[in-house]
Ligand binder design. Structure first.
Ligand code: NAP
Ligand code: G4F
Length: 345
């Protein structure tokens, strides 16, 4: 039985990856943080090997800031595969917490790579790199060859982690890969990322539980995919003959405004846009109510206007292709948030 270790197992991607690996019969070990209230809601359903009787899930307390703890865990678990998904993953918040974001996302990765190299150098490693590395990119779409121009503390820390992963591969011959993943979403997405904030709030507006969606930069454009498709790519990267780095993306670009309009359409609201910039708002055409308003507090000091990925290499070498694209993604997320709202009522 193969043994995998996942950092960030309680997050969106960690939960889908756990589900995938348990279904493949892996023994899955995950690192969770001590928190005052449990933050394991996303993985609770898989605890006790409920997905596949041959699979097994084991949780360990740990933190990317605690080097000794990571070293002890690697020595004890000695995994065949390590997926480093742990991160202060919110770009906007990284401007408020640059040092903490650097410690977890950059130095945390170094601590982990070093522990792997010392205790289980044969382990195959996946590093959660990101399209944020491209920042204000000078070409579109972005590929593995596109120059990195990170423009947030989050992205600068992830750039360090990217190059450390490459460095451990080159220096020590470790099988270590960077997945340069573009935005991927799901009903399990954190509630303060833009897609989930939109689907959750629109579902509440439709149920009469909220009046308005307060939002930041609606001109921002992203290449949004579906998290279960993307964790499949992570696993594929660790099953190749040779370690390499891959862009994972859908190749479709949509704006935050489009995401809002599509989500509203799902609950039968047609949005008419009026005003510009900070005064722009969205009005429900049938009721005349203002249901979308801009709030400057959700703007970032610097934002990425647009990122679009070209996953040709992943398709050619890994046989990976996204199964879910934008329209279906919005439907999946709206369906889940509408159902969750009805459950509460
Ligand atoms: P997420 O939902 O925010 O999950 C982050 C995970 O990291 C959580 O399990 C969190 O634990 C854990 N974590 C945070 N700080 C930690 C620390 N100091 N020590 C140990 N664990 C810590 O993120 P995600 O969307 O699943 O993304 C997974 C990874 O992919 C992240 O590294 C992210 O930066 C990267 N990424 C994401 C996307 C995307 O669009 N989703 C795209 C590219 C790259 P708690 O539950 O205790 O907070
Ligand atoms: O949903 P977001 O916070 O995602 P962002 O910044 O693209 O980062 C996510 O994807 C990255 C991959 O490219 C990951 F590396 C990272 O860990 C994370 O998962 O924001 C998307 C866009 C931004 O331009 C933001 O300014 O939406 C804009 N936006 C507008 N209003 C908002 C809001 N973002 C958030 N979070 N909240 C708003 O109210």
């Amino acid at each position: 039985m193969k043994r995998a270790l996942i950092t960030g197992i309680s997050g969106q991607d960690g939960s889908y990856l756990t589900e995938l690996l348990l279904a493949k019969g892996y023994e899955v070990h995950g690192i969770v943080r001590r928190t005052s209230s449990f933050s394991r809601g996303r993985i609770d359903p898989f605890y006790g090997a409920k997905v596949d009787p041959s699979g097994k899930l084991v949780l360990h307390y740990g933190d990317m800031g605690d080097e000794k703890n990571l070293r002890k865990l690697l020595e004890k678990v000695r995994p065949d595969e390590v997926y480093n998904l742990a991160s202060q993953s919110h770009v906007g918040i990284s401007f408020e917490m640059p040092e903490y974001s650097t410690d977890v996302n950059a130095l945390g990765t170094l601590r982990l790579l070093d522990a792997i190299n010392d205790y289980c150098p044969e382990a195959r490693c996946y590093q959660a790199s990101t399209s944020e590395l491209f920042g204000s990119a000078d070409e579109s779409p972005q590929t593995e060859q596109t120059r990195f121009r990170p423009n947030s503390p989050y992205a600068v820390a992830k750039l360090y982690a990217y190059w450390m992963t490459v460095n451990y591969r080159q220096t020590y011959g470790m099988y270590a890969c960077n997945g340069i993943l573009f935005n991927h979403e799901s009903p399990r997405r954190g509630e303060n990322f833009v897609t989930r904030k939109i689907t959750q709030t629109v579902a509440r507006i439709a149920a009469g539980e909220a009046d308005c969606l307060y939002i930041g930069n609606m001109d921002a454009q992203r290449d949004w995919g579906y998290a279960p498709d993307f964790v499949r790519a992570m696993w594929l990267m660790l099953q190749q003959e040779k370690a390499d780095d891959y862009v994972i993306a859908t190749g479709e670009l949509h704006s935050v405004r489009e995401f809002i309009a599509k989500s509203c359409a799902y609950v039968g609201m047609r949005i008419e846009w009026s005003g510009e910039g900070m005064t722009e708002c969205g009005i429900d055409a049938s009721s005349g109510k203002t249901v979308v308003q801009v709030d400057p507090k959700y703007y970032r000091p610097i934002d990425i206007d647009s990122v679009l990925g070209d996953a040709t290499k992943a398709e050619r070498e890994l046989g990976w292709k996204p199964e879910v694209k934008f329209d279906q993604l919005v439907e999946i997320m709206m369906e889940a948030d509408v159902a969750a709202t009805q459950k509460v009522q």
